[in-house]
Write a protein that binds this ligand. Structure first.
Ligand SMILES: Nc1nc2c(ncn2[C@@H]2O[C@H](COP(=O)(O)O[C@H]3[C@@H](O)[C@H](n4cnc5c(=O)[nH]c(N)nc54)O[C@@H]3COP(=O)(O)O)[C@@H](O)[C@H]2O)c(=O)[nH]1
Length: 931
């Protein structure tokens, strides 16, 4: 009897302890949520000088403060070490730092997931991503990642993502061993790394993108002294970059921040960009958090903090650790002996103290938990409520008198979940003794609300369930915040229409549906004509108002199943779902919708006494079951591009109309993509050839040549430059291509120096506008000449008038620099563009080339062309420039040109562009001038 009583008493005591412990653990988890956050302590990583950081951050912090007037912000700008220390000491609530540092802090100090991602503004362009650059001196022979082998490379800091990790990751991807590179840790700010490169202390510098451009803009680095290795000019991205991009800096909070403050801060961050003070300046606000898993993956692969020790080379490991390792070894041994002795003595005493302190803790925690802001209810084994806490009453509205004795189901069930839901819950409780999840319950006042609920079964010594403990929190606010964030992430805040992200998602779905159901649909790309002038004339407020009204009108015209969206600026999109059996029906429907949109959107808009009338251009692309005439086999981006292209054709045809994308356009796009890929390969694979076309003087003697590039594909076919030069210009491939031509031409001039017949010839190369504008161009010309030891006057650069269109001052400065080098300068295709006499007289050209179109029409009794030619010749002579006529094919043209004083001639009459050997043979065959 006595023994039975003891067993029961022991079981009851164990049950009570288990309950106390369970509540204790929950309490410990909940306790920080009570921290008072009328003031938030914000720590921001500041790798640059404090005054610069302060200048950049102040407007954003003030805007943030205005968004949450009830919560004070106390900000500290800290370097890496200080930020680490402050996090360790729990002196901060909110942290803004680089993504790599954030990942490390999240792992080591339980930082939250990102609340938002920073938006930077550079050169007027906003971006939520950034990357790393590899800088080299302009004259450096380094061109590719592989070239960094055996070089001395400067880096700013071990924690720097875009000045260290990203570039190392690229090197790793390309199989370049780190041990082959000598690393110089220069320190922060990153400007110092650039200066080290300029001073010749290192041969390459790893820095964040934009650092170079900022230093050039501040006049701290001459524009053409440095070059970005493996440079990528990403469309719409404001600065040059060498590595892939990663999301901008995240904002995260420490676990001490309570839920209300967390929510207020998230909303404030996401609304900060609305503040007028942020329309300019380097920091533009925040967007919903971007994904940081790619950054985490990079850090894992590099095995750097927090995923391992930094990867030191063997050399570095030995150098750095030899002394400390020996000392540490001895120290550890001594410490171990000492501790062993101590441990032995203290073990028993500690055990006793621990047990006592645990019981005290449990008591304190239980009390606290039951007082928690989370609702707690305890039932008996039959599910009848035996106890509730104060928060239960606050959340549900039911006091203990009303709750005790009833079941939670009878009291709170909302009716939103079916029987299967509760069955699964009870099953989990029976099998695992635990269930947690989201559930909708009903308050006493009838309102239905979401809660996060955890239920645990409490069992006795023999495993029988005695109680169920349920702990829950009202997550209504989180749902609202999520909805709001989702709204921001997927909808355009100005018009409320779907944004680009959502549109692309819907397009993807529509394409899948079209394929699955063998149906047709359409996409309409709308662009307002001359919208910019509305902003310019009436101001941005009026522009915004117009866009809002346009959004409303689009919505009004469409049926429910259609998706309208705004891509940005004045571009809208309408997606008609794939419901049509035939392509023609989809086309007809799209045309009808386009007509309706046209009529609705062209109606005058009244804004503050102003009447604004707009027209619009609409491009339509059909998508369907993969048959010809659709872009169904492509992806959403392609479909969007197709509609954009069709819209563009309307613009080109004079705007204010509708056009369909047709399959020929699509085929042309595909071909272009293929060509672009092939061309990039052709440059590396050495498939380019230099052909030469003779230039003759008035006596018909060859005095020079124009170098014209050809692309000889692997199968031997020769691609003419007209088929790839424009594409190369558009894609930036013209830069490596132009460099190749320059290298070949100067090499050729050097070879010719040893041949009396060829030594005096001048060689012309074409310089594209993009190449000419490239900051390092002048220096590359100088280097090419110096490397080959060629007299600059032998090289002629042919430049077209288009280079003066964008920035005459810059073009003038570049021409003057080239002229100072001593190279000869020719103005190509003169007469076709914007031939302004004013600049012709002031710019240092040596030769004017009359465009072949005028020459071709000579002899066709075109008085106008004859007048143009004679005027150009007279002008050239007057300005003491040589005049060369291009495209001379007939004797008649030759006679006309010579009789009017043209100095030089070029054209099929004297030879087509030809391989080098043929050209040299031609020159050798002509009689030598008597010396
Ligand atoms: N940036 C670079 N552009 C280059 C380079 N190499 C060529 N090009 C440009 O490509 C365009 C087409 O060149 P191509 O097909 O070689 O045509 C040249 C001549 O073949 C042609 N020509 C010369 N004489 C005659 C003639 O009597 N009749 C006739 N129908 N055509 C003739 O003219 C082209 C040379 O033009 P231009 O450059 O204006 O002197 C062309 O625009 C090239 O500029 C390159 O390396 N870089």
């Amino acid at each position: 009897m006595r023994r039975g009583h003891d067993v029961r008493a022991a079981a009851a005591a164990r049950l009570a302890r288990a309950l106390v412990l369970l509540l204790g653990l929950l309490g410990a988890w909940l306790a920080p949520a009570h921290a008072d956050h009328a003031e938030l302590r914000l720590g921001i990583l500041a790798p640059r000088p404090l005054e610069v950081e302060e200048r950049d951050w102040t407007p954003l912090l003030q805007a943030l403060q205005r968004q949450m007037p009830g919560i004070g912000l106390r900000t500290r700008l800290l370097d890496y070490a200080a930020l680490d220390a402050a996090v360790r000491a729990r002196e901060l609530d909110v942290i803004v730092t680089n993504p790599a540092h954030y990942v490390a802090l999240r792992h080591t100090h339980g930082l939250s997931t990102a609340l938002a991602t920073l938006v930077r503004r550079r050169h007027g362009v906003e971006s939520t991503a950034f990357g790393g650059t590899v800088l080299v001196r302009a004259e450096s022979p380094l061109r590719r990642w592989q070239d960094l082998r055996g070089r001395r490379v400067g880096v700013p800091h071990d924690e720097s993502l875009a000045g260290w990790h990203l570039q190392r990751h690229e090197l790793r991807r390309r199989g370049v061993p780190e041990d082959d590179i000598t690393w110089e840790r220069i320190g922060l700010p990153q400007d110092n790394v650039v200066l080290a490169l300029l001073e010749g202390r290192v041969e390459a510098a790893f820095v964040r993108d934009g650092v170079l451009e900022a230093m050039v803009a501040a006049g701290r680095v001459p524009p053409d002294r440095l070059r970005v290795l493996q440079r990528q000019d990403l469309p719409g991205y404001p600065v040059a970059v060498s590595t892939p991009l990663v999301p901008e800096w995240p904002v995260a909070v420490m676990s001490s921040v309570d839920d209300d403050t967390h929510r207020a801060l998230t909303l404030a961050l996401l609304h900060a960009h609305e503040d007028a003070a942020l329309r300019t300046g380097p920091l533009a606000g925040f967007v919903p958090p971007q994904g940081y898993t790619a950054v985490e993956r990079i850090l894992r692969e590099l095995r750097v903090r927090p995923f391992g020790v930094p990867q030191l080379t063997w050399r570095e490991t030995l150098q750095v650790n030899a002394g400390p390792l020996a000392l540490a070894g001895a120290g550890v041994l001594a410490l171990l002996l000492f501790l062993l002795g101590l441990l032995h003595q203290k073990r028993r005493l500690r055990q006793a103290l621990r047990e006592q302190s645990r019981l005290l803790d449990e008591l304190a925690i239980t009390a606290k938990t039951f007082d928690s802001y989370q609702g707690v209810l305890i039932t008996d084994a039959q599910g009848r409520i035996v106890r509730v806490n104060r928060a239960f009453e606050t959340i549900t509205g039911y006091g203990p008198d009303e709750a005790v004795g009833r079941t939670p189901g009878a009291l709170l069930r909302s009716g939103r979940h079916d029987a299967a839901f509760y069955r699964t819950m009870w099953q989990a409780l029976a099998e695992h003794g635990h269930w947690e999840g989201e559930i909708w319950n009903r308050r006493k006042d009838g309102a239905v609300y979401p809660e996060w609920l955890t239920i645990s079964a409490v069992t006795d010594a023999v495993g029988k369930v005695r109680h169920y403990v349920a702990i829950f929190s009202d997550i209504s606010w989180r749902k609202q915040a999520e909805a709001q964030i989702e709204n921001l992430a997927f909808f355009d805040p100005l018009t409320g229409l779907a944004n680009r992200r959502l549109l692309l998602d819907r397009l993807q779905q529509a394409l899948r549906q079209a394929r699955r159901n063998a149906r047709w649909g359409a996409v309409l790309f709308l662009d307002l004509d001359f919208f910019k002038s509305i902003n310019d004339t009436y101001g941005h407020d009026a522009g915004d108002a117009v866009l809002r009204i346009i959004g409303e009108r689009i919505r009004a015209v469409l049926r429910e199943q259609d998706t309208p969206g705004r891509l940005g600026g004045d571009e809208f999109l309408v997606l008609l779902p794939a419901t049509f059996e035939r392509r023609d029906d989809a086309a007809l429907a799209a045309q009808t919708v386009a007509d309706k949109l046209g009529t609705a959107l062209r109606q005058p808009i009244t804004h503050k006494d102003q009447t604004i009338t707009l027209t619009l251009s609409i491009g339509i692309a059909l998508y369907g079951d993969g048959a010809a005439g659709s872009v169904a086999d492509g992806d959403a981006t392609q479909l969007l591009k197709a509609a954009d292209l069709a819209m563009y054709s309307v613009k080109q045809a004079g705007r204010n109309g509708v056009a369909f994308f047709d399959p020929e356009m699509e085929a042309a796009i595909r071909q272009r993509h293929q060509l672009q890929r092939d061309l990039a390969h052709a440059i590396e694979a050495g498939e380019l050839r230099l052909y030469l076309q003779p230039q003759v003087d008035v006596r018909g003697r060859v005095v020079g040549a124009e170098a014209l590039v050809r692309w000889q594909r692997a199968d031997g076919t020769l691609v003419p430059p007209g088929a790839f030069i424009p594409l190369a210009e558009e894609t930036g491939l013209i830069l490596p291509l132009g460099d190749w031509v320059l290298q070949q031409a100067t090499q050729l001039l050097r070879q010719w120096q040893g041949d009396a017949a060829l030594a005096a010839l001048r060689l012309s190369v074409n310089v594209s506008a993009r190449q000419f504008r490239d900051p390092g161009f002048g220096e590359r010309v100088q280097q090419a000449l110096a490397q080959q030891g060629v007299a600059p006057g032998r090289l002629e650069l042919e430049i077209t008038e288009s280079v003066f269109l964008e920035d005459l001052d810059h073009a003038r400065a570049t021409l003057q620099a080239l002229d100072a080098l001593g190279v000869s300068l020719a103005l190509d295709d003169f007469g076709t563009g914007y031939s302004s006499l004013a600049y012709l007289a002031e710019l240092p050209f040596d030769t004017i080339k009359i465009d072949q179109r005028f020459v071709a029409r000579l002899g066709q009794h075109s008085r106008q062309d004859e007048a143009i030619i004679t005027t150009i010749i007279a002008l050239g002579r007057k300005l003491r420039m040589q005049v060369l006529a291009e495209g001379v094919e007939t004797e008649q043209q030759e006679n006309y040109l010579l009789s009017h004083g043209c100095h030089l001639l070029q054209g099929f009459r004297y030879g087509r562009p030809m391989p080098l050997e043929q050209f040299e043979a031609l020159v050798h065959a002509q009689p030598r001038d008597p010396v």
